[in-house]
Design a binder for this molecule. Sequence first.
Ligand code: COA
Length: 287
Amino acid sequence: MLDHSALSPSLVAMASNELLFKLVSPEEIQAAVEIEQEGYPADEAGTLESFRFRQINAGDLFLGAYLPPQSNSSPPQLIGYVCSTLSPEEKLTHASMSNHVPGSSSVCIHSVCISKSQRRKGIALQLLKEYISRLSSAQGSPYKRVLLIAHEELRPLYEKAGFAWLGKSDVTHGSRPWYELRLDLGDKDIAPQIPPDVLQNLLRPSSEKHNPTLVSDCHHGLDDLIMSDSEGTAVNKYDLLCPRGCRSIILKKGVAQWTERTSVMKEAVIHSYQPSLHPQKQHSGGL
Ligand SMILES: CC(C)(COP(=O)(O)OP(=O)(O)OC[C@H]1O[C@@H](n2cnc3c(N)ncnc32)[C@H](O)[C@@H]1OP(=O)(O)O)[C@@H](O)C(=O)NCCC(=O)NCCS
């Protein structure tokens, strides 16, 4: 079993030139909205409700840029973010920006925003590159393209990040015209590189697992799951996908260290059916 507790925060988050990148948590949504409302004119800024909708429904597409902690007890400081929802449409429209259709191929960016005091230091560009790299390497994901609208003066920012300028957008939001940009993620079907029996175990939803998967279930045992990194440390060989079946990446390839411990027999957890527990209501939200 891979030992998540052995991960240091700097391994979980991807560090780059003193910046940390990680998904924005529900507790950080208020801070993100404050950056948004400081950054955009009132008729363009997203609301707390729309941010909560995005974090709840598309949290794996809500990436933050953070300054590292100043001390052991302080958390990293959120200084910017990029957030999106998914749509099956290949162009941005009001409809594609107002709904989130899980499993769709177009990543529709709603906002890229950096705290005023941190601008023009290359942070938005680094954040966009990190975002695109994560989308490109998301194994088994449906993402094929990234779409966004921007005002004309920001064309250089998005072109530096690899987007193509498509011209004026039909979307109206606030008083100024918007221009559409698009980045194709290309064919990233890398799943066949994983041996079929290992892939089957990684993708099997937990609801189908009556017994846990054992290392000995893999054809080549441990060799199917771990590899040595450049420093000779044994790390996980593949991205690990959500065991509940949504296929989000929960652990990137190469970031968890293999630690051997004495085996412990765990007691089975028995869940009793509770009719008083109803599924949560679906939220709806928009720009
Ligand atoms: C737009 C925004 C995200 C840019 O963030 P940033 O961290 O300052 O951007 P970067 O430092 O990474 O900029 C990289 C390059 O993009 C271009 N760029 C960035 N901001 C620009 C601006 N306001 N005007 C023109 N070009 C800009 C420049 O070419 C810049 O390189 P340079 O500084 O060497 O000239 C930030 O100004 C912001 O949050 N604005 C308010 C919200 C907003 O408008 N978001 C965009 C919605 S589409």
